[in-house]
Design a protein around this ligand. Structure first.
Ligand code: FE2
Length: 663
């Protein structure tokens, strides 16, 4: 192996000494030659450093420390330092206190001495962070690197056990991720491996009260090594995932690290055998994963992301975000599938070893051609691959793409919910019922597609908005393609019962030109909410087709639309009932408009003011399609002079704009 690397060591003094913090700080104050010292101290640490004033002059105590360094808190600390003519900042506390001191240094260039009271490790880095308008900004500036770090294990005595463990495992995550991060080099690997060794010794010794000084010292030392290695190596796969979970889903930082780490380790380990062997040795275990798991067991680490309130429904988004962030040179290639499997396992708290099979080891077993030695997750993954490859000879590219997606998503669903055989049989029974009730007058599959929003979603993806073209909506199950022709101004009611409604408008293209001869199909239910095809005879009503005039205009009589339930006496109705959903559709009139060279428009218009507009059972309502149906009292003269007798009627206008074909 040839050595060829660049490593930057950050210049910093480190002073270790238990029970000596005040004297150690005093010596550094003198060495730096500071005269006006500002001590930033977080609440939990304040009682432990009251003797500072006996050892060196403190010009200012600053106690406002807030997590994630909010900008206004940082600005107040900067102002206090400037007004107090401060020439040295000493921070005492966890990552938030160190972070605030760094924020002061960033603006004022005043040197910092850090006295950490947790294992956060930020004292060893030149990275600063500041939260403005809810977003954390970070950056790198050597001025924020503390000149000196003073470690005194005594200060950590009584650290709550959960916090100590989570923060110690966070340090361990820094070590492990440093082994494969983008700028990993032999020097930071050496530091990282030593960090793993001392952390795995120290953490189990902490005890419930974090009272064992030996354990605290080892863990502090390990946390420092971890931070130095990490500062040099950069963020690897583990930290990118943890950053997404913390930043987007607000999961607690240290606990998230503690949970995700074994899964990332198990995932990457097979691809980095040399590093894996060094980690295993540092853990004193047969494998790195076994060592980490033993350590987690010993310290009672949190197990599953579900325990932190992370929802399985958020896994897909987390995968998308993490995929963008994970370095491309991660030793194990990361795909949507294997990352989903990883986060799903972490969500459930599965044995991390199931993840090891996502990588090349799975491929090896595959080549062997049997399931022997494969984990259950690997067997599941292998089946997906096998089924997908069974379609690889499909001559039609689009069909092959569709079948691959069907298999991927169907298997994803089965695995996500851990589908039982009973449930799958019920699903098959349900689809069988949907098929049995479907005939040439009843289309239950369209209903099913509609109530699942699949029809509407297909329309969304297939009818991208184009200039001012009229929006499309669901086709519905009640169209028939041989509806009668009516002349301009004719009546589509055809004996269907309901309040008469005058409909008029103009068909034009998106350049504003009238479209003559456009074929306009119209259909609707009667006042009882029934379409003609829902009766057991051959009657035809509430439907017709007509053509636009030379100037694009059209007009016809119809029935004022009324709300109706989609047919709910079949399997889809049972599904709605079982899920507490209403079958009601908002009042509407269906249109399908075709004209040569223009995109066919399938849409409805809805009645303004209908209270079902926001709860349409098939998700078909779009604001632009809601129209005013103006009520006309009985006796109001009609536009075409038609005598309606003594009945009220309504009128509406619907101007139709057709997009060009092919857009
Ligand atoms: Fe309808």
């Amino acid at each position: 192996m040839t050595l060829d690397f660049t490593h930057t060591t950050l210049g910093q003094r480190v002073v270790f000494g238990t029970g000596q913090v005040a004297a150690s700080v005093a010596a550094e104050v003198e060495r730096i030659g500071a005269e006006r010292v500002m001590v930033i101290v977080s609440g939990s640490a304040a009682d432990k450093v009251t003797d500072f004033t006996e050892h060196f002059p403190v010009a200012l105590w600053h106690r406002e420390v807030v997590m994630h360094v909010p900008a206004e808190v940082a600005d107040r600390a900067v102002a206090a330092a400037e007004i107090g003519d401060i020439d040295l900042v000493v921070s005492v506390g966890g990552g938030s206190a160190t972070g605030l001191a760094k924020a002061v240094a960033l603006q004022t260039r005043i040197p910092v001495i850090a006295v950490p009271t947790t294992f956060s490790g930020s004292e060893a880095t030149n990275v600063w962070g500041r939260t403005e308008n809810g977003r954390k900004r970070t950056g790198v500036d050597d001025a924020v690197l503390p000149r000196t770090v003073i470690y005194d294990a005594e200060l950590l005595r009584g650290l709550p056990h959960d916090l100590a463990v989570a923060s110690g495992l966070n340090a361990l995550a820094h070590c492990i991720d440093s082994l494969w991060a983008p700028a990993a080099d032999p020097i930071n690997r050496a530091l990282a491996v030593e960090g793993i060794r001392v952390l795995s010794e120290g953490l189990p010794q902490l005890g419930a009260e974090s009272s064992a000084l030996a354990g605290l010292e080892s863990t502090l030392y390990g946390a420092y090594l971890a931070a130095v290695a990490f500062a040099s190596a950069g963020s690897g796969m583990h930290h990118k995932i943890a950053h997404v979970l913390g930043g987007t889903f607000n999961l607690p930082h240290a606990q998230t690290h503690a949970i995700v780490l074994p899964y990332v380790l198990a995932f990457n380990a097979p691809a980095v055998p040399e590093a894996e062997a060094r980690m295993a040795e540092a853990f004193g275990a047969e494998t790195a994963v076994a060592g980490l798991q033993r350590l987690r067991e010993a310290v009672g680490a949190p197990r599953a992301l579900s325990e932190l309130g992370f929802a399985s429904g958020d896994i897909a988004e987390a995968v998308d975000l993490a995929l963008e962030a994970i370095p491309g040179d991660n030793p194990q290639p990361v795909t949507r599938e294997n990352l989903t499997a990883l986060l799903t396992a972490a969500w459930r708290g599965d044995d991390p070893q199931t993840i090891a099979a996502q990588g090349p080891t799975a491929g090896t077993a595959e080549a062997a051609g049997d399931d022997a030695g494969l984990t259950p997750a690997a067997v599941e993954e292998r089946l997906i691959d096998t089924v997908i490859s069974s379609f690889s000879g499909t001559p039609d590219d689009r069909l092959r793409q569709l079948m691959t997606a069907v298999v991927t998503h169907l298997h994803g669903l089965i695995r996500d919910v851990r589908l039982t055989e009973d449930e799958w049989n019920q699903a098959i029974g349900f689809l069988t019922d949907v098929g049995h009730i479907t005939d040439d007058r009843r289309q239950e599959f369209i209903l099913l597609s509609d109530v699942l929003g699949a029809s509407m979603q297909t329309i969304n993806v297939s009818n991208q908005p184009y200039r001012d073209a009229t929006e499309a909506t669901v086709f519905g199950p009640f169209f028939v393609d041989d509806a009668p022709l009516i002349p301009a101004g004719g009546d589509i009611a055809g004996g269907g019962v309901g309040e008469p409604c005058w409909v008029e408008g103009v068909v034009r293209d998106t350049d504003g030109n009238p479209v003559s001869g456009a074929r306009i199909e119209v259909w609707e239910a009667d006042e009882d909410g029934l379409y003609d095809v829902q009766h057991d005879d051959d009657r035809v009503y509430g439907r017709a087709h007509l053509f636009s005039d030379d100037d694009g205009s059209f007009r016809f009589w119809a029935l004022t639309p009324t709300p109706y339930p989609i047919p709910d006496d079949g399997p889809v109705g049972r599904l709605l009932a079982a899920t507490g959903r209403s079958p009601m559709r908002a009042s509407h009139l269906h249109f399908m408009v075709t004209a040569s060279g223009l995109r066919t428009l399938v849409t409805h218009i809805f009645v303004s003011g209908d209270e079902l507009l926001t709860s349409d059972s098939v998700f078909g309502v779009k604001d632009s399609l809601i129209k005013d149906f103006a009520q006309q009292p009985a006796g109001t003269p009609t536009p075409d002079g038609r005598d309606l007798g003594d009945v009220p009627w309504s009128r509406t206008r619907f101007d139709i704009v057709l997009a060009p074909a092919g857009v």
